[in-house]
Design a binder for this molecule. Structure first.
Ligand SMILES: [Zn+2]
Length: 124
């Protein structure tokens, strides 16, 4: 028996694709805005003889900005991946085991490409 290809119907996937596209551009915009918040990218900093505590505050600011940026990057990559799964008609199907991903899970995390079980296995 040939393995049946499973996929969610178009009317389910299309709104998700739209939502993901919007989320992606919002994130890319946010990422750009984030650059302006990083004190290390502030050129004036090179000239000032800032006190040590100011440096520490800048350090924290920089760390916060890069943590947020990293989180954005991760989501952006995940969304791009989900969008390419949509393109090949594999959206909502786990990329590891090939089973349907719970719709509940997709509602909460529309960019996911793994089912709960495989996600758990990956985290180990
Ligand atoms: Zn799976």
């Amino acid at each position: 028996m040939a393995k049946k290809t499973i996929s969610y119907p178009k009317e389910v996937v299309e709104p998700v694709a739209k939502h993901l596209q919007e989320k992606l551009s919002a994130l890319e915009k946010k990422k750009k805005e984030l650059r302006g918040e990083d004190p290390f990218l502030d050129k004036a900093r090179l000239d000032d003889n800032a006190a040590v505590d100011t440096d520490a505050a800048e350090q924290i600011g920089h760390m916060r900005v890069s943590a947020v940026k990293k989180a954005y990057d991760r989501t952006i990559i995940q969304i791009r991946k989900a969008l390419s799964r949509i393109k090949i008609g594999k959206y909502g199907v786990c990329e590891r085991c090939g089973k349907f991903i719970d719709t509940d899970r997709l509602m909460v995390l529309p960019e996911t490409t793994l089912c709960v079980d495989c996600e758990k296995k990956r985290e180990k």
